[in-house]
Design a protein around this ligand. Sequence first.
Ligand code: MG
Length: 203
Amino acid sequence: MKIIAVGRNYINHAKELHNPVPEKPVIFLKPDTAVLKDNKDFYYPDFSKDVHYEVEVVLRIANEGKHVSKKFAHRYYDAIGLGIDFTARDIQNQHKEKRLPWELAKAFDHSAVISPLIAKEEFEDIQNLSFSLQKNGETVQKGNTKDVIFSFDDLIVFISQYITLRKGDLIYTGTPEGVGPVQIGDKLEGFLQEKQMFTCYVK
Ligand code: MG
């Protein structure tokens, strides 16, 4: 499986990092070695001094798809989860300045926390899902999928023009504002529609 992640999909997050609001989705990949599941601990990597949390709603791809049309896009994901796109912000900023790719800042081991996935039928309206992240018991990020720039269906259409979607792939759909650093000892907890989805200790 692969992880396809979307950058700058919430206007207020694009603004907080002083990025322009994109006309097309900003896409990057994480390999399967990035997955961190079952509430496992995250070990702070040696190569960064500024790892940030980014809480994101995650889609699970249900079928192989290439050049998917908007009308059928909803058939290509069957479950929703919540995750963290851990980002080495210092490395990302250095690479952005030099116009280099972001992989070392985004694709490193265990940089993709993922909760258990829930069948999308269990949600009343996936275009109106509230989610949040708590750090040490305090809410640091709050979002709602109604505020995305590119809808889930738009993302499926766009990505599948370039990259074949396969059953079991995950799409991280972007983070709302409020991203910030983690430190060793922090406890991160993700909530989707008030339901606790994951706990992750930074070690
Ligand atoms: Mg992100």
